[in-house]
Design a protein around this ligand. Structure first.
Ligand code: PEP
Length: 255
């Protein structure tokens, strides 16, 4: 089964519209007319989505993502943005369940599941993040945690939803720390996540779903990680803030 790799830049709370414009001009000048054997996604903060849409709207090589959406459609939810609203931008994906949303903003698996379903109602493709803390891994809870996150977070998705969902396995201890999971650790976790999808949705969906690795991916480690059979691209934070570094990850990761 060949799965097209997907490289997504999670800018987190970095780059307002001005810096988004700079990044876009620089990145676009580097990629020119090139085509890549991969999907490329950029997830700016909400306030920069309009500028990103203006810059990348006609660029077929690059798709845009939001970093979150509400589990509600509209109403008295100050500070929130719904999937329906996001769909009005040139936007294909939405990152959901990022470990920072879970740890800092207390998002539970149930809330993340509600967001997944709202995203699908609006035809957005979830980049669904899962992953264990160091304490959980060292305490022998890796499989239990991943099983809970997948089972609850992906509850009630249809087979069609599955085709449009990307899973990002991101060990929390590797995010923003400079410590990357070894290729062996990452491959083992990815194979386990794929087996969970097979249990819940069947072998066919499991063979098709793309599972990205995230956690301190850099140009120097992209090739080794992406060579693993169950790793289908990367979700990148720090190293995707700079156009050349993001591009080098894509190039090295698709060698
Ligand atoms: C992330 O934010 O999803 C991430 C993987 O960050 P970093 O690449 O900086 O570890």
């Amino acid at each position: 089964m060949t799965r097209k790799p997907i490289f997504a830049a999670n800018w987190k709370m970095n780059k307002g519209p001005l810096e988004t414009e700079d990044f876009a001009d620089n990145f676009l000048s580097k990629i020119q007319q090139q085509t890549f054997p991969a999907d490329i996604v950029i997830a700016p903060p909400f306030v920069s989505l309009a500028k990103a849409a203006e810059k990348f709207g006609n660029v077929s090589a690059v798709a845009l993502a939001a970093q979150n959406c509400s589990e509600h459609n509209s109403g008295a939810y100050t500070g929130e943005v719904s999937a329906m609203m996001l769909k009005e931008f040139y936007l294909h994906y939405v990152i959901l369940g990022h470990s920072e949303r879970r740890a800092i903003y207390g998002e539970t698996d149930e809330v993340i599941n509600a967001k997944m379903l709202k995203a699908r109602e609006s035809n957005l493709r979830p980049i669904f993040c899962i992953g264990e803390t160091l304490e959980e891994r060292e305490g022998g809870k890796l499989e239990e945690v991943l099983r809970r996150q997948v089972t609850v977070g992906m509850k009630d998705l249809t087979e069609r939803d599955l085709l449009d969902t990307v899973i990002a396995y991101e060990p929390v201890w590797a995010i923003g720390t400079g410590v990357t999971a070894s290729a062996k650790q990452a491959q083992e976790a990815h194979a386990f996540v794929r087996s969970l999808v097979a249990e819940q949705f069947g072998a066919d969906s499991a063979a098709k779903i793309r599972i990205q690795y995230g956690g301190s991916v850099k140009p120097a480690n992209a090739e080794e990680l992406m060579a693993c059979p169950d790793i289908d691209g990367a979700l990148i934070g720090g190293a995707a803030l700079e156009p050349q570094s993001f591009l080098d990850i894509i190039v090295n990761g698709t060698k």
